[in-house]
Design a protein around this ligand. Structure first.
Ligand SMILES: [Zn+2]
Length: 192
């Protein structure tokens, strides 16, 4: 599955919108992503999971770990395709951590999987939580990289598709300069 095919599945399900958007961060972008909309179809989650797994087929990955909630569906599919175990991290008092009795074997070779990497924040926190638990975090992967490839997680990283469109402060937003109103996608009802 190439990057274009991945993006096509996002477009077909309304998971990738193009226009002028105000993101929850307050930043503006010409692209809005809502991964849940493409992953609501299990055949898409399965196909993306297989494509990510293919990149790590020979790496001896025993454990896949993802940050809740966004990473759970895709992480689970990657683990299934690799024949690995799957756990997730979640926040407890603001700290990303393994809960629910999840444990890691010492040195267990682990792949961290996210749906979208933007700043890499939650992925980085998940890597730290897994390392803290004793895992050997070999790499990180996402369906989409919307950092333009700029995020450094301290481990090798892959994405099925990389978006070059960055998010910008409204003060330097080209669409704002043209006088176009920014849309908050979550509150938009007339489309999709
Ligand atoms: Zn704008």
């Amino acid at each position: 599955m190439n990057a274009e095919q991945v993006i096509d599945r996002f477009r077909a399900t309304g998971a990738l919108l193009e226009g002028h958007f105000q993101l929850t961060s307050g930043l503006h972008s010409t692209v809005y992503l809502q991964c849940a909309l493409v992953l609501q179809f299990p055949e898409n989650a399965e196909a993306f999971g297989r494509a990510i797994a293919e990149q790590y087929r020979d790496d001896g990955i025993r454990l896949v770990a993802s940050p809740a909630i966004g990473g759970i569906v895709i992480g689970h599919e990657v683990a299934r395709a690799l024949g690995a175990r799957f756990v997730w991290t979640e926040r407890e008092s603001g700290q990303m951590t393994l809960r629910r009795g999840f444990t890691v074997a010492p040195g267990e070779k682990t792949l961290v999987v996210e749906d979208v990497i933007t700043t890499g924040g939650s992925t980085r926190e998940t890597i730290e939580a897994l390392k803290h638990a004793g895992a050997n975090v070999a790499a990180a992967a996402s369906i989409i990289d919307r950092s333009g490839g700029s995020v450094d997680l301290g481990v090798p990283r892959t994405a099925l598709a990389t978006l070059k469109v960055l998010s910008v402060d409204p003060s330097v937003c080209d669409a704002c300069k043209l006088g176009e109103p920014a849309v908050k996608p979550g509150s938009r009802k007339e489309k999709n």
